[in-house]
Design a protein around this ligand. Structure first.
Ligand code: MSP
Length: 575
């Protein structure tokens, strides 16, 4: 076991929205990271879920003659199903309506209040009487201090509210961020946060007074400890989920998408997942995660997360996706892509072409098909079937002996890695892959893996196994025995390299890679039929060239089906 556990989280999503590509993107990225770290043999805890205590939920529930819980169950279920469709593997699908979370969030807030970091103060804001709500200074100013709905003048009002002493932690936070370049990623985001921090911090309101005429929340939400006339502001309560989820003796209980607690039963002391390794989200909610939450943790005396990673946005034709534009890529469309091209293809596209860094990305059908064909159909898919077919044809479907020597056309060296000394090349590639993974450069890690797979194609072109086979078959070879040994060695290398590439590609394409392992009889999973069963050994051992888990001479390699059927770019996109 890798000594350090890995705890990764996505935002918990508002249940009043339907799942769309944005939610799916973040959760897929986190899934790829989680799977990569499981592949290293680490004890991974991967959290996603839903944020449920909102006015909109209460209102929608009333409208549908349901309780907020029933309404939230229904909407949360849509997220759960969306994530199942994409074959995501969270260890917990956490919900803020979970009584455990409500209790602990209340305890954390209570502790902050007790130590004076949450205090009762005056909230001064712009009140829209007609809408019965406060507007922020920015919104009020934009609307020229008139109600954006009715145009009536806004009223400046003061009310009692609880505040979190964020200002107290400004300096400590700034120091922390400056001393830890990896605390906020990518770097562009880190610089923005530092810029804002240098201007100082104001205390933030953390409660909402319950007013006459408010929708009846009943037991929904979390009340301010010691003052039930105030509700804890949803954002503050929601952030607590990351801690409350692992702050119990058995966080696995009742847990993941498959609802299988079994895999977690022997996890022992579960507090070891804190501090979290990485919180992943988009840039919209970075401030809460990189400033407010760490300050709350400091106040609570808890460790800070290792990394807060804020990726950019998926946009559509260069414009932000929004409700008002109605231009979201909804889960229904992504499901159609899953149906036509496989969930692994959608995962691959999101993981390698998405807005992981600081630049927004567009979802385009043409680009999807291009990526699918280049990387999956013509890339790893074609390579695996090419090698499988040659082994079937020339060696009766049995892995040949690795012992022979081979020569290749030296010119091809320039196009590929230094040489085809696979035993030397492989550990170098693996360490590049791992270091990209540790820097959360997931698409880079996957590119390294795919490049390694495409080296196999170059290797085939350089060593020409079909030419050797033809010479032996037709009796034109000058040294048929030597050529047969060369052919064997070449094909051994091809097959072993495909096996190793498939391990590195597994976090993005788990189903297809597991299918390949089954047809090739590779013993890498505890249960070859269950992709979530865990690996029999960590990546360094599994991927050792011709090592204990490497392909063995004589091992049966069946041809298997086509992993990724080439896509027709002219075909109409799914609708
Ligand atoms: N409930 C809060 C988060 C609380 S976390 C303690 C929330 N929910 S949300 O449903 O609005 O989700 C926001 C997140 O969804 C973003 O940070 C990002 O992870 C994902 N995305 C939503 N739209 C997105 C894009 N257009 N592009 C990429 N990801 C986006 O905020």
């Amino acid at each position: 076991m890798h000594p350090q556990p890995y705890y990764i989280t996505t935002p918990i999503y508002y249940v009043n929205d339907r799942p769309h590509i944005g939610h799916c993107y973040t959760t897929t990225v986190a899934d790829v990271a989680a799977r990569m770290h499981r592949l290293l043999g680490r004890d991974v805890y991967f959290l996603t879920g839903t944020d449920e205590h909102a006015d909109k939920v209460v209102a929608a529930a009333h409208e549908h003659q349901m309780t907020p819980q029933q309404w939230a169950d229904r909407c949360s279920g849509e997220f759960r199903r969306a994530f199942e469709r994409l074959e995501l593997s969270p260890d917990v699908f956490y919900r803020t309506s979970d009584p455990h979370h409500k209790r602990l969030a209340g305890e954390y807030i209570g502790a902050l209040k007790e130590r004076g970091d949450i205090y009762l103060g005056d909230y001064v804001g712009w009140y829209d009487v007609s809408q019965d709500e406060y507007l922020t200074e920015t919104v009020a100013k934009e609307a020229e201090y008139k109600s954006p709905v009715t145009g009536k003048p806004l009223e400046k009002r003061t009310e009692k509210n609880y505040f979190f002493r964020l200002s107290k932690y400004a300096e400590a936070l700034q120091k922390r961020i400056e001393a830890n370049p990896g605390f906020i990623l990518p770097e562009a985001r880190r610089n923005e946060v530092l810029g804002r921090l240098r201007g100082g911090l104001q205390d933030v309101p953390v409660s909402r007074a319950i007013r006459a005429g408010d929708a009846d929340w009943g037991e929904w939400g979390v009340r301010m400890p010691g003052d039930p006339e105030h509700r804890v502001y949803v954002w503050i309560e929601a952030l607590c989920n990351y801690l409350s989820a692992v702050d119990r003796d058995d966080p696995g209980a009742g847990a993941g998408l498959r609802g299988d607690a079994a895999g977690h039963a022997d996890r022992g002391d579960l507090r070891r997942y804190w501090p979290a390794s990485v919180h992943v989200m988009a840039k919209d909610i970075l401030w809460f995660h990189a400033v407010v939450w760490p300050a709350m943790l400091m106040a609570l005396g808890r460790g800070l997360p290792g990394t807060v990673y804020a990726h950019a946005y998926y946009v559509r034709d260069g414009r932000k996706m929004s409700k008002s534009l109605g231009n979201f890529i909804e889960i229904d469309l992504l499901e159609k892509y899953c149906e036509r091209y496989s969930p692994d293809a959608v995962r691959w596209y999101l993981a390698t072409q998405g807005p992981l860094g600081a630049t927004d990305a567009d979802f385009s059908h043409a680009h999807f098909v291009e990526t699918f064909n280049a990387d999956l159909a013509n890339g790893i898919g074609n390579c695996a079937s090419r090698v499988g077919n040659m082994v079937a044809k020339y060696f009766d479907g049995r892995v040949p002996e690795a012992g022979g020597r081979f020569a290749f056309d030296a010119r091809s060296e320039q196009q590929t890695h230094a040489s085809f000394n696979w035993a030397e090349l492989t550990p170098v590639i693996l360490s590049t892959y791992e270091s990209a993974m540790h820097g959360f450069a997931l698409s880079e890690a996957l590119r390294v893996a795919m490049r390694y797979a495409s080296d196999v194609d170059q290797f085939i072109n350089a060593t020409r196994p079909f030419g050797l086979a033809k010479g032996i078959e037709k009796g034109t070879s000058a040294d048929p025995e030597g050529d047969r040994a060369t052919l064997a060695a070449v094909l051994y290398c091809c097959a072993e390299a495909v096996r190793i590439a498939s391990l590195m590609l597994f976090p993005a394409c788990p189903s297809k890679m597991a299918a390949l392992w089954r047809t090739w009889g590779c013993s890498v999973l505890n249960d070859p039929h269950d992709i979530d069963s865990g690996f029999v050994a960590p990546l360094a051992e599994l991927a050792k060239w011709a090592g204990p888990y490497g392909l063995k001479a004589g091992q049966a390699v069946s041809k298997g089906g086509i992993l990724f059927m080439r896509a027709d770019p002219a075909e109409e996109p799914p609708k």
